[in-house]
Design a protein around this ligand. Structure first.
Ligand SMILES: Cc1cc2nc3c(=O)[nH]c(=O)nc-3n(C[C@H](O)[C@H](O)[C@H](O)COP(=O)(O)OP(=O)(O)OC[C@H]3O[C@@H](n4cnc5c(N)ncnc54)[C@H](O)[C@@H]3O)c2cc1C
Length: 353
C-alpha cells in the first residue's frame, strides 16, 4: 500500500518526523534495519541545549526549544505507549580538566550569559557535585537535562506503530524517481524522506557527510552522582536510573565499524575516574559504539533535494536533543507551513551548491 510519506531510517529523526505526521493524520511507512551502530541506540541522551554552544549558531534557538519540548514529549509518549523515556532533570556541570581548557570554558560562559535561556552559573565543581575531584570552577547549566536514548527510540517506535504507521525491516538499496528498491523488490512512494543517519550518503551520494564513530559504556555504582558531568575534552558522566552511570564518548571521524576498542574504553575510564574517583569501584555492565552523522559545516541537512525527495540528517552529536523540534518543524514544512520552512532554511541542502 502506498502511503502519503515514506521515510528511510527509523532512528530518532525518522521516527520523530513519522510521529508528527501521523498525529496530523497522514499515513506513513518507515523502512528501517536497525544496525549495530545505530546512533539513536548508542547516545548518551544528554539534552545539551546550552552545553553544546559557545558561539552564535542557527541551531541555538532550535536546541533550546527542542530541550523544552522533550518534557512534553516524555509525558505524551508515556501516556500513549506506557514507556518511560527516563527524562532525568539532572542539569549539567561543564568542567575543565586541564588548564588549557580554561579559556574555551570561560568564553563559553561569557557567550551563554548573553543568551536568553536558563541562567548559567559559574560555580565550584565539587560543591555542585560532591563526588567530583577538586577541579576548581565549572559552568552549572541547570536546564540541560537528559533522557535514556534507547527508551526514547523504543517509545517513538511503539508510538508510530500505535498511531497506524508501518515499519518495514528491509534495507533500502537504491532510490529512483518514484520507487525505492530493497532486497525484496520495488516500492512506490509519493513523498520520500531520507533520514538514514550516517548512512544517508549511501542513498544520496551528493550529501557532504561523514561518519564519526563513538564508544560508550554503562557502569553500576554504589552511589550515583546527581548531576551530569561534561569535561571540556568531551568525556562525560551521565547518571541514569537504578544506580547506572553512562560514560562517553570517544570520537573517531571517518570510522563506522562496530568494534569497541580497549584503548577507547581505557581512555574513557581514565578520564572519568580522574574526575570522579569513586567510579574505580563501579562494575562495568556494557560497552558499545554508535556512528554519528556529521556534515562538513557541522549543521544538519534538512530540505528537499527534488520535488519528491526530502533529506533530514546530519544531526551529529545532538540528534537526541534536536529530534523533538526536527519532527515538529519538518512535518510542518512538508505540508507547506511557511514559518517552519523559514526556520529550517539555514539547513537547506542547497547551501552547499
Ligand atoms: C556515542 C554517541 C553519543 C551520543 N550522545 C548524544 C547525546 O548525549 N545527546 C544527543 O542529543 N545526541 C547524541 N548523539 C547523537 C545522536 O545519537 C544522533 O545525532 C542521532 O541519534 C541521529 O539519529 P538518526 O535517526 O539521524 O540516525 P540513526 O539513529 O543512526 O538512525 C538511522 C537508522 O536508519 C537505518 N538505515 C540506514 N540506512 C538504511 C537503509 N538504506 N535502509 C534501511 N534502514 C537504514 C540505520 O540502520 C538506523 O537504524 C550521540 C551519538 C553517539 C554515536
Amino acid at each position: 500500500m502506498q502511503t502519503d510519506y515514506t521515510i528511510i531510517g527509523g532512528g530518532v529523526i525518522g521516527l520523530s518526523i513519522a510521529y508528527e505526521l501521523l498525529k496530523k493524520n497522514f499515513s506513513v511507512t518507515i523502512f528501517n534495519v536497525t544496525g549495530p551502530t545505530t546512533a539513536s541506540l548508542a547516545a548518551g541522551g544528554m539534552l545539551g541545549g546550552q552545553n553544546e554552544f559557545s558561539e552564535p549558531s542557527p541551531l541555538f534557538d532550535l536546541a533550546i526549544e527542542s530541550r523544552a519540548q522533550h518534557s512534553v514529549l516524555a509525558t505524551e509518549l508515556d501516556a500513549l505507549t506506557g514507556i518511560d523515556v527516563e527524562l532525568i532533570p539532572s542539569g549539567l556541570l561543564k568542567v575543565a580538566t586541564q588548564p588549557s581548557d580554561m579559556p574555551s570554558l570561560t568564553q563559553q560562559y561569557q557567550f551563554l550569559t548573553t543568551q536568553p535561556a536558563t541562567p548559567v552559573l559559574w560555580r565550584k565543581a565539587n560543591e555542585v557535585e560532591p563526588l567530583m575531584s577538586d577541579l576548581g570552577q565549572g559552568i552549572h547549566i541547570t536546564g540541560d537535562h537528559q533522557v535514556k536514548a534507547r527508551q526514547l527510540t523504543k517509545a517513538l517506535t511503539k508510538a508510530v506503530q500505535l498511531l497506524g504507521g508501518t515499519i518495514i525491516a528491509e534495507h533500502v538499496r537504491k532510490i529512483n524517481t518514484a520507487t525505492l528498491t530493497t532486497d525484496n523488490g520495488h516500492y512506490h512512494y509519493q513523498h520520500l524522506i531520507v533520514a538514514a543517519g550516517a548512512w544517508s550518503k549511501q542513498l544520496v551520494p551528493q550529501l557532504p557527510m561523514y561518519p564519526v564513530k563513538g564508544e560508550c559504556m554503562m557502569l553500576r555504582v554504589q552511589r550515583a552522582p546527581r548531576t551530569t558531568i561534561f569535561a571540556a575534552d568531551g568525556c562525560y558522566i551521565v547518571p541514569k536510573k537504578n544506580n547506572e552511570v553512562l560514560i562517553g564518548a570517544t570520537s573517531y571521524p571517518h570510522q563506522s565499524d562496530a568494534g569497541v576498542t580497549a584503548g577507547g574504553i581505557q581512555s574513557l575510564l581514565t578520564r572519568a575516574i580522574a574526575m570522579m574517583p569513586s567510579l574505580q569501584h563501579a562494575q562495568i555492565i556494557e560497552t558499545w559504539c554508535g556512528v554519528r552523522p556529521q556534515t562538513i559545516d557541522e549543521l544538519p541537512i534538512i530540505g528537499a533535494i527534488s520535488p519528491h525527495i526530502y533529506c533530514c540528517t546530519g544531526h551529529y552529536r545532538n540528534g537526541i536533543l534536536l529530534s523533538a523540534i526536527t519532527g515538529k518543524l519538518v512535518s510542518e514544512a512538508l505540508i507547506g507551513d511557511v514559518n517552519a520552512q523559514q526556520r529550517l532554511a539555514p539547513f537547506s541542502p542547497y547551501r552547499f551548491i
